[in-house]
Structures are given as C-alpha cells and as structure tokens.
Design a protein around this ligand. Structure first.
Ligand SMILES: NC(=O)c1ccc[n+]([C@@H]2O[C@H](COP(=O)([O-])OP(=O)(O)OC[C@H]3O[C@@H](n4cnc5c(N)ncnc54)[C@H](O)[C@@H]3O)[C@@H](O)[C@H]2O)c1
Length: 353
C-alpha cells in the first residue's frame, strides 16, 4: 500500500494480537510506527509479537489515558490506529468496572488527548460485533439494532460513540470497524477467556481434544488477521469515506463444529468432543452470528481474502515454530483469574460485591 510509505502512524494496543500484526505490516510498507501499549494484565500484550520489527518501531510503554507521555507522537501521527482494549466478554462480566475503565474511560481520555494534540486526525477504532448482541437477523449489517448482552459490548459501544461524537464536532476524523472473531498468528493463547478460537488453538497445540460447548450449530464468520489488518489500512487511507461505521467479517459462515473439525484436521488432532454449555458462558452466548460486509466492500473496496482452511493452516504453522513464546505446556491449564482485581470481583447481575 503506497499510501503508508514514509507516513508516521501511531498504533495503540500494538503489543497485542491484531495491533502487532498491523505494526509488522506497516513497517513492511515503510511507515514510521509508534506503539503505545501499557501491557495490561489479562490482555494479549506480548513483546515477542513485535520481535521481527523491534528495532524499527518506537515503543511507548504507557496507558492511552496518559496522552502527555506521547504528545509528540500524537502530534506527528498522520493516522492513528486505536486498538487498545480488552476483548474478553467473560472478564467483562466478572470485572465490570475494570472493563469500563479499559474500554470506555481510558478511551475517552485518549480521545480528549487526541483532540488536543492530533485535532482532526484520522483515527481507526477497533470496535466489535459484540455491540449487536444476539442477532435478530442474519447476516448482520450496520442497520441492525444495537443490543449488547455483556459489559464488553456496552463499553465498546460507548467508546465507539465517543469516536463518532467527536468526529461530528470535527475534533477527530474517526472510522469504527466492527470486527467479527479474528484469528491468526500472535493471539494470546495463554489467556483462556479470549474467545473460542484461542481456546480451540490452545488445546490443539497442547495435544488436547477440542471441546465444543452446546450442539456446535452456532454460526460464526472467523476472519484471518491479515484481512483485518487490510481493513484497518484501507480505513486509515480512505479519503472522505461515505460512512464512519463498517462491519468487517470473514469470508464464510461456518458452524462451531465445522470450525473445530477444520482446526483439528489442520493439526492432525483428534475429532472435537461436545460438552454442555457452562452457565457463565450461556448467559452471554449470542447464538449464531455472521457479518454482512457489503458496506465496507462497496465503499472502501475491502473484501476478505483468506478462507478458514488456509488461515488456520497458517496459524498452526506459526505456533508450531513459535509456541514457547506463547504457551508454557508445563504451566498447566491457564485460569481466568486477574489477581489484582480479585478483591473487586463483582457479579453486578446479582447486585453482590
Ligand atoms: N480479537 C478479536 O477477535 C477482536 C474482535 C473484535 C474487536 N476486537 C478489538 O480489537 C482490539 C485489539 O484486539 P486484540 O485481539 O488484538 O486484543 P489484545 O488483548 O491481544 O491486545 C490489546 C492490547 O491493548 C493493550 N491495552 C489495553 N488497554 C490499554 C490502555 N489503556 N493503554 C495502553 N494499552 C492498552 C493491551 O496491553 C494489549 O496489548 C481490541 O480493542 C478489541 O476489542 C478484537
């Protein structure tokens, strides 16, 4: 993409899964990349993710709320990719205030910093399909009602609206990408609450059988990370795009059973097994979801290129050679606990502290 050659870009969350893949690609495009990431415990930050480009990016170990710490980088950035966030729906239900802090409060603070130091600049925000909740119809387009069923969806929607509000006032020039489930190299396999794809992969790579909750008939449209990166690049480079919100999904609607079987086949692993839905998962299950990506295809020219069979093959190949940087097989089954937040654990649904 010639659009990024020599350009200064800033990536928040650039040590995480999608952000680091974006950083690697942008360095390959000869962009000048700054990364802001505070390595939030329980999120996917991993310094190894940027090992291939470590000497070609500026890494700022700061929270996005502390704009003064990276003011010069904000001032000089021509495009800002805002991927800092917490993706776990389960964490958001266990630690609702933590999710509010990460996914809403810090976002607002960041955008106020952008207003001051990067006024009018293009910001591409990593929003999520989770804002729609359980679909009323399929495939889900941008006109679908917003009805999140977990705190993650509520807070990500709030942050999306901060971006949109401040764009209407001219403070920033934001585009929000509502991403479906993304998978690929550099996912944090050591964190058990980041969704079914990282769980499937972890089990495969540890030689365990994949477990499917429920009947496995729910549909998803997994998107390979290179396709997600391409969507960010196109949104960052789009000149006066007609819309500010785009749904971004994968090329196929597949059942969880199909996804699990294809993943197992790619690693020569045994057939998946079925388990009853755990209660805490059932309450935030959205049923079937797949994306209508017509708007981003027609307005920005983006289309997903990597089918699941190919994407999962590339993902397994990556971890086969890099696994020790992502998982310690001797450490046993990882848990969802976030130690520093144990005291603040709240099940708000029940009103209990
Ligand atoms: N992975 C998916 O399937 C998916 C789907 C939809 C939306 N998204 C969104 O895309 C973004 C990136 O997701 P990911 O899978 O790469 O997650 P990730 O957990 O791998 O990376 C997120 C990164 O953000 C950093 N971070 C969080 N809060 C921060 C803060 N306040 N200041 C500085 N750094 C902070 C973390 O340290 C981490 O490195 C997230 O905003 C997520 O909500 C992801």
């Amino acid at each position: 993409m010639a659009a990024y050659k020599g350009k200064r870009v800033l990536i928040t969350g650039g040590l995480g899964f999608i952000g680091s893949n974006l950083a690697v690609r942008l360095v390959g495009e000869d962009a000048e990349v700054s990364i802001v990431d505070s390595s939030v415990e329980g999120c996917g930050a991993n310094l190894y993710n940027i090992a291939p480009i470590r000497d070609r990016v500026k890494l700022i170990p700061a929270g996005i709320c502390d704009a003064e710490l990276f003011r010069d980088d904000l001032m000089s950035a021509e495009v800002i990719f805002n991927l800092a966030g917490e993706i776990s729906h389960t964490h958001s239900m266990e630690f609702a205030e933590r999710d509010l802090q990460i996914n809403a409060v810090a976002q607002l603070q960041f955008l106020l910093g952008c207003r001051q130091h990067a006024r009018g600049r293009r910001i591409v925000y990593a929003s999520t399909r989770q804002v729609y909740g359980a679909p009323e119809y399929l495939p889900v387009d941008e006109s679908h009602p917003v009805n999140p069923i977990d705190f993650n969806g509520v807070h990500k929607f709030a942050a999306t609206n901060y971006h949109l509000l401040m764009s209407r006032s001219g403070d920033i020039d934001a585009i929000a990408l509502r991403l479906t489930n993304v998978y690929g190299p550099r996912m944090a396999l050591n964190i058990p609450c980041q969704g079914f794809l990282s769980n499937f992969l972890r089990r495969l790579l540890l030689g365990q059988t994949i477990e499917i909750y429920g009947d496995g008939n729910q549909l998803r449209d997994p998107m390979f990370v290179d396709d997600a990166v391409e969507a960010f690049l196109m949104a960052g480079a789009a000149v006066r795009p007609p819309s500010r919100v785009y749904n971004v999904g994968g090329p196929q609607a597949l059942s969880l059973s199909e996804i699990a079987c294809m993943a197992a086949a790619s690693a020569d692993a045994p057939e998946p097994v079925f388990r009853p839905f755990p209660e805490h998962q059932k309450e935030i299950d959205i049923g079937s979801y797949y994306t209508d990506s017509t708007r981003i295809r027609t307005e920005l020219g983006w289309t997903p290129a990597v089918r699941f069979e190919e994407g999962i093959r590339r993902t397994v190949a990556y971890y086969r050679s890099e696994l020790s940087h992502y998982l310690d097989p001797a450490a046993g089954e990882p848990t969802c606990n976030l130690p520093e937040h144990d005291g603040a654990r709240r099940r708000l649904r029940y009103g209990a502290a």
